[in-house]
Design a protein around this ligand. Structure first.
Ligand code: KG4
Ligand code: ZN
Length: 329
């Protein structure tokens, strides 16, 4: 079995995955959303301190599995520096104490493998990653073979939901709050769809965020209507760019959405429509594995364990931001 740790942002999570069967035998996540809510976003130092309490608490519950462990996996990139450090400290301590190899896992790869928890992989796949930190389209062939086809120029999709929620004083994380409020609202504000005229496959949410700010200042729309109109435009921006990508011939056999914002049911429904129109197989993670969790880190680690992708604890380092080489379309 592999014990995997995730602490790249505000979720302290540890999982144990059986290597041979990929079965998730233990999974626990302690969310810090409540603690950060009053600040309208994650406060890194606070998140770091909360991890130091939560992670050892979960490790305690994992003790019965210790004799069966073959490796320790941990998210090392990308994420918040001060929170990644907490997870890696616990991982190093366990690896040294139990004399086990360490596996260093990329968080974005984790999101991709959230699709395959307790399942076999389905590659190649075109993947839309929509989280708090990223909005990207990736062409994935295997656990270590992928191209980035498109990225955001500024904010990510999840971040735009968080910022709109903050402007409306609704708390954090904004995604689920805005989605719920939007159900009671009407789409009656014609927000401009970002980069509508551009043929480039890239994303941008900062202009839409500013348009929402101006609508709030007008003081004549309800929070429900602002939420509904914003959500509709934010999602339409995604689907419009996807259609442009498909027109360039990138119609995949498997198409997937992953990341925190892939829990959005309106987005899922829009993609269902696209799947019917373009005749592809649509994959998404179970709702509980959309946002950050250690089960997805454990699932990648199974592949890495098979490839003996181990790292010495002295070489294990955290990388808060990574710049991938972008493939131009
Ligand atoms: O993947 P995740 O847990 O963390 C990162 O890797 O960033 O994603 C968190 C993001 C937050 O910005 C949150 O507001 C967004 O996912 N999110 C949603 C929904 N649920 C979570 N965005 C839109 N609709 C949702 N239902
Ligand atoms: Zn994430």
């Amino acid at each position: 079995m592999i014990l995997s740790i995730e602490s790249s942002c505000d979720d302290s999570s540890i999982a144990i995955t059986e290597i041979k069967t990929k079965k998730l035998v233990f999974h626990k996540k302690i969310s810090q959303a409540l603690e950060h809510s009053k600040f309208g976003g994650v406060v890194p130092e606070l998140a770091s301190r909360l991890h130091t309490k939560a992670l050892p608490q979960i490790v305690e519950e994992c003790k019965p599995f210790f004799p069966k462990l073959k490796a320790i996996a941990v998210t090392t990139e990308p994420g918040l520096l001060v929170t990644l450090i907490e997870g890696t400290a616990v991982a190093k301590a366990l690896a040294i104490g139990l004399n086990l190899p360490l596996i260093s896992v990329n968080h974005l790869r984790g999101h991709i493998y959230s699709l395959f928890i307790e399942k076999e992989t389905q590659f190649p796949a075109l993947i839309l990653l929509v989280s708090g930190g990223h909005t990207q389209i990736l062409e994935v062939f295997d656990w270590n073979k992928f191209n980035i086809l498109a990225s955001t120029l500024d904010d990510s999709l999840g971040e735009s939901f968080d910022k709109v929620a903050k402007m409306l004083k609704l708390g954090y994380p904004g995604g689920p709050i805005i989605e719920k409020l939007a159900k009671q609202g009407e789409v009656n504000i014609p927000f401009p769809i970002p980069l509508k005229q551009s043929h480039k496959i890239e994303f941008s949410y900062s202009g839409l965020k500013n348009a929402v700010r101006l609508a709030i200042l007008e003081n004549r729309y309800s929070k429900e209507d602002i939420s509904a109109s914003f959500q509709k435009t934010a999602i339409e921006h995604l689907t419009m760019k996807l259609k442009k990508l498909f027109k360039k011939g990138y119609i995949p056999k498997n198409f997937a959405i992953v990341g925190g914002a892939s829990a959005n049911l309106v987005l899922r429904e829009e993609l269902n429509q696209l799947a019917k129109k373009y005749n592809f197989n649509l994959l998404y993670p179970e709702l509980e594995f959309c946002s950050d969790n250690s089960a997805m880190i454990g699932r990648v680690a199974v592949e890495m364990y098979k490839n003996k992708e181990f790292i010495n604890y002295k070489e294990l380092k955290v990388i808060p931001r990574i710049e991938f080489k972008k493939l131009k379309l």
